[in-house]
Design a protein around this ligand. Structure first.
Ligand SMILES: [Zn+2]
Length: 229
């Protein structure tokens, strides 16, 4: 069975940016996993981090159910996500257990340091998981993972979409998963749904469909070898 793993800095990041794409993969028979590096528990001005973290975890579990995905929660703190080998090892161990073909990550050009750190530690984890000489609980290496960078309103510095996924047929179900989160229903003040549904429509127009999610790739993956033009 093919497997896709999305690694988000905060619960909600990957559901908002790539949730429809994940659901498409689930529909196509892929195993789908969401790794939440932090809960994003400091994001509510009225609730203490402990209370809001518990709420975000419940919301993440409900959203994952709607996306036919399995959520994984790592114990890092919102706003304090480290880009170090200990965190990368924790992600690499999960990657070796799951053996995904595709990993969705944050783009590095971000206004949020957790997102930039998530980019670096996800790439480091993919590297460590692939190299057999890193001993990660004696798990077999996970090779050939393809990394795609999701389009996040906070990560647009230098972001260039390259691969588009037509999500028109799962758009309505994605909206339901999105709105499992209070912030997805606009309760946090920022109109997340308005931004993401509008961006998804724009990406759809760009490829001649109704709705699409776009992903960036590393420069070297844009190389194409053709015999004639
Ligand atoms: Zn975030």
């Amino acid at each position: 069975m093919s497997c896709i793993v999305a690694v988000g800095a905060h619960a909600a990041d990957m559901e908002f940016t790539a949730g429809a794409t994940l659901l498409k993969h689930a529909r196509a028979g892929w195993a789908v996993h969401l790794i939440h590096l932090t809960l994003g528990e400091k994001g509510n001005p009225r609730l203490a981090p402990e209370a809001y973290g518990a709420q975000k975890k419940r919301e993440a579990e409900e959203a994952a159910r709607k996306l036919n995905a399995t959520p994984h929660f790592l114990p890092y703190l919102d706003g304090e996500l480290p880009a170090n080998d200990e965190a990368a090892r924790a992600v690499a161990i999960l990657l070796r257990r799951l053996q995904p073909q595709v990993v969705i990550a944050h783009w590095h050009g971000s206004i949020h340091t957790d997102h930039t750190n998530a980019y670096h530690l996800t790439r480091r984890a993919v590297f460590m998981a692939a190299i057999p000489h890193f001993n990660l609980e004696d798990l077999p290496p996970a090779r050939g993972m393809r990394i795609y960078y999701a389009e996040n309103w906070e990560d647009l510095d230098g972001y260039r979409p390259y691969v588009y996924v037509d999500v028109s047929d799962v758009f309505a179900e994605w909206e339901q998963a999105f709105k499992c989160y209070a912030i997805g229903r606009g309760e946090g003040g920022f109109p997340y749904w308005d931004w993401y549904q509008a961006r998804t429509r724009i990406r759809g127009i760009e490829i001649g469909t109704t709705y699409a999610q776009a992903f960036a790739v590393d420069e070297w993956r844009m190389r194409q070898r053709w015999d004639t033009l």
